[in-house]
Every structure is written in C-alpha cells, then in structure tokens.
Design a protein. Structure first.
Length: 223
C-alpha cells in the first residue's frame, strides 16, 4: 500500500486553504450530527405529545362521566336531606332500593409522570410544557376529589342499616352528607375548568356499555 505523506504548505495561501478544508469538514460533520439529533428528538417529542394527548382524552372521559352523574348526585343528596327530615319526625324512610354511591371512573396520569422524568419535554416550547403541566395538575386534583367523594359516600352508605342506627350514627350521617355537598360543589367548579381550559384540544369518549348501565342504575330515585 502506498502511503502519501501530507505535503507541507509552501505559503500562507495554501495553509489557509488546508485550514479552511479542515474547518469545513468539521462543520459538515457537526451539522450532520445535529440534523440526526434534531430528527431523533422531533420523533421523540411527537411520540410523547401523542401519548399525553391520549391520556388527556382518558381523563376528559372520566370528567365527562362525572358530569353525566352530576344531576343524579344532586338529586340523591336532596333525597338524603329529605330522608333526614323524615327520620327526625319519626317517619319511615321507605327507600325503594338500597342507597348506593356514584360509580367512579378515574383515569391515571402515569404518562405525564413518566414524561416529567424523561427528556422529551425539554425539547418542547415553554408554552406547550406549561399547558401540559397545568392540565395534568388539574387532572390529578380531579382524581383526588373523586377519591375523597368516594370515601364520603361510603360513609353515607351506613343509612342502609338504619334499623340498628343510634343517635350518634345519625349525627355521623349528617356530617358525611355535609362533606358530600362540599365535595360536590368543588368537583363541579374543577370540572368546568378542565373541560374548558385544560382540555388540550381533546374530546371525551362516549359513555357506553357497562359504564352507561352503571350510570342508569345509580340515577334511579330512592323514593
């Protein structure tokens, strides 16, 4: 194999040409590397964005389900208030069916939690990151409220055993009813915000099958 030794530059012109050639080669290599890197992160960001939008859609579906329950929850709380009045007067409650808590549908925010620990978010614009952050904070707040609501409605289910309840039990039921009223009001306000400013351009899925059947069963009046 014949090896050509590099030739020394004879003048400044040749020297500058050689330096320019080396610099251009380095710049081309860097530009190529940056192009590959940009393509990689563009793909990663798009995949992350799509996954976050899917999760947002699931959360909006959970909120839409709670909105569909809202009139029935309002009526059930009013029926409980009427039941307390009857109980105070010694009138039998005569519920047509057992008291039941609202069916619960809570989506997760796992995709967002994973995204926060990754790098794709860092390649989004500040405005987009902020919109995702605000939306998912509200989804988490909604999940907490739904869980709080579920706990307090489980306490209200004590009314199904009214034949063995003492005075202290009825006081506990009144307190749980008051907490359920407060949770209901907070949930309504949060749902309005989510479906407006935290929707991220997504739309909830329709309520169908078992979810629709559970909702219909819950909405049956107690009296």
């Amino acid at each position: 194999m014949e090896i050509h030794k590099p030739k020394a530059a004879h003048n400044w012109s040749e020297f500058l040409i050689e330096i320019g050639t080396i610099v251009c080669g380095i710049l081309i290599a860097l530009a190529g590397e940056q192009a590959v890197e940009a393509f990689h992160w563009r793909h990663e960001v798009e995949a992350e964005r799509s996954a976050l939008h899917d999760e947002a859609r699931d959360n909006l579906s959970a909120v839409a389900y709670r909105q569909a329950e809202a009139p029935c929850i309002d009526r059930r709380l009013a029926e409980l208030e009427e039941g307390f009045r009857r109980q105070a007067k010694g009138v039998p409650l005569e519920f047509r069916q057992p008291f039941a808590r609202p069916p619960i549908w809570v989506a997760s925010t796992g995709t967002w939690d994973i995204a926060v620990s990754g790098q794709a978010l860092g390649h989004m614009t500040h405005k987009e990151k902020l919109s995702f952050s605000d939306a998912f904070d509200s989804y988490k707040a909604f999940a907490r409220l739904r869980n709080e609501e579920d706990v307090v409605w489980r306490r209200l289910a004590l009314i199904n055993h009214r034949e063995v309840l003492g005075p202290g039990d009825w006081v506990e039921l009144h307190q749980a009813w008051g907490e359920a009223m407060g949770t209901n009001d907070r949930t309504k306000s949060l749902m309005t915000y989510i479906m407006g400013k935290a929707a991220l351009g997504q739309h909830p899925q329709p309520i169908a099958d078992d979810d629709a059947a559970d909702l219909k069963a819950f909405c049956t009046s107690l009296f």
